[in-house]
Write a protein that binds this ligand. Structure first.
Ligand code: COS
Length: 386
């Protein structure tokens, strides 16, 4: 996309986030839902299709631009980002990366406009970190696949129009090789949704279980029309998704730093603002330093992605560092607020709970460590003399 419009887009989003969304944070947390008007406004701004090419009705942002906007969105409750997150990321990218032209044309414009929501259905009750052990089955019967199984904690499932579903098509191949990816319409007979999950934080962001009982999915909806590629599609989608989440973590860290500095400058103890105390300053400085480091990682990894490099390792490292970083920044922000930081009246209390999820979803910190270490060992092997 034209780089000249990224700056104005970022400015517009910054104003929207600060003037419109921040004042709604308390209401969204209390109601556990986002007002329909916000959804409409976000759709009008094109935010559901940031990462979808202009030829399919999206904004066609490159990863570097998307990361900048994700950082802006991070300034407010993560639930708002989650609303548009799956259409831009894990819900749509499988179709975009590995789908056929017909699949892209059928679904991407509707996702970009926000007309429908896409969810990414990988995790199962017995397959979390070990995603390749998933058991949901898709059995070919002529022109359709019969799907049976269950998915867990699926973001935006309660409002989804489609699921990008990972299911096992070849039971003879255990692990990744027997998995295929499908586009499944949420209204298909045989699909039932569990109750919305009650979560520690990120209220307003919706997740629930999905049950598939003899659901018939057209064979034309097999992503890329190739069996056995689904796990790799999911991993490619997650590479990009992890980088996006890392950018969001950077944005949330900025908000937390803002809250901590503002409070420290106002709050007086021992006759002076607590910001003048060096032990408080140390906490502020650590947060600033770590947030800066994470943002540098995200921008570097995004640039590499746009340059066509493999970003499996940089995305995992960015997500690992940024999500752990924002956990520490949130903890310090609460600490600087003292007793007030434990009270629900202050934004830092809510963000402290919200950010805990970043270390868990789209791969736990421990999974990121494994991905990073495996990449190191592969590189070492490749360099070793024969
Ligand atoms: N891009 C493309 N292909 C990839 C890939 C990537 N990032 N990562 C793995 N693959 C390929 C491998 O190359 C391998 O292909 P071959 O068999 O042809 O060599 C195949 O996928 C299987 O990979 P691997 O052997 O590494 O699979 P593992 O079962 O060991 O699992 C981890 C790898 C643990 C990294 C994976 O299961 C994972 O990411 N788990 C976390 C799941 C997750 O993030 N869940 C969150 C859901 S969304 S909220």
């Amino acid at each position: 996309m034209d780089r000249d419009i990224v700056g104005p887009l970022k400015d517009m989003l910054r104003r929207y986030v600060r003037e419109r969304l921040v004042p709604l944070e308390g209401e969204v947390a209390a109601q556990d839902s986002i007002p329909d008007a916000v959804r409409r406004e976000m759709a009008e701004m094109g935010l559901f299709g940031m990462s979808i090419p202009e030829s399919y009705g999206g904004l066609g942002l490159d990863m570097a631009a998307e990361a900048e906007l994700a950082m802006e969105l991070g300034w407010t409750s993560p639930a708002f980002r989650s609303l548009i997150g799956t259409n831009n990321g894990i819900g749509s990218q499988g179709i975009l990366i590995d789908g056929t032209e017909a699949q892209k044309q059928a679904w991407l414009p509707r996702l970009a406009s926000g007309e429908i929501t896409a969810s990414f259905a990988l995790t199962e009750p017995e397959a979390g970190s070990d995603a390749a052990s998933l058991r949901t089955r898709a059995v070919r019967e002529g022109d359709v696949y019969r799907v049976n199984g269950a998915k867990r904690y699926i973001t935006n499932a309660p409002t989804a129009g489609i699921f990008t579903l990972m299911a096992r098509t070849d039971p003879g191949k255990p692990g990744a090789a027997g998995i295929s990816a499908f586009i499944v319409e949420a209204k298909s007979p045989g699909i039932t949704l569990g109750k919305p999950d009650r979560k520690m934080g990120q209220r307003g962001a919706m997740t629930c279980d999905i049950h598939f009982d003899d659901v018939l999915v057209p064979a034309a909806n097999l992503i890329g029309l190739r069996e056995g590629q689904g796990f790799k599609t999911a991993m490619k989608v997650l590479d990009r998704g992890r980088l996006h989440i890392a950018a969001v973590c950077c944005g949330v860290a900025e908000r937390l730093i803002h809250e901590a500095v503002s409070y420290a400058a106002d709050r007086k103890q021992f006759g002076q603002a607590i910001a003048t105390f060096q032990l408080v300053q140390a906490m502020l400085a650590d947060s600033r330093t770590e947030a800066y480091a994470a943002a540098c990682m995200v921008r570097d990894a995004a640039r590499r992605y746009d340059g066509g490099e493999d970003i499996t390792m940089p995305a995992a490292a960015s997500k690992y560092y940024a999500s752990e970083m924002v956990g520490r920044v949130a903890d310090r922000a609460v600490q600087i607020h003292g007793g007030a930081g434990y009270m629900a009246d202050y934004a830092v209390e809510r963000f402290y709970r919200d950010v805990r999820l970043f270390r868990l979803y789209e791969g736990t910190s421990q999974i990121q460590q494994i991905v990073i270490a495996r990449a190191m060992l592969r590189e070492h092997e490749a360099q070793a003399p024969a």
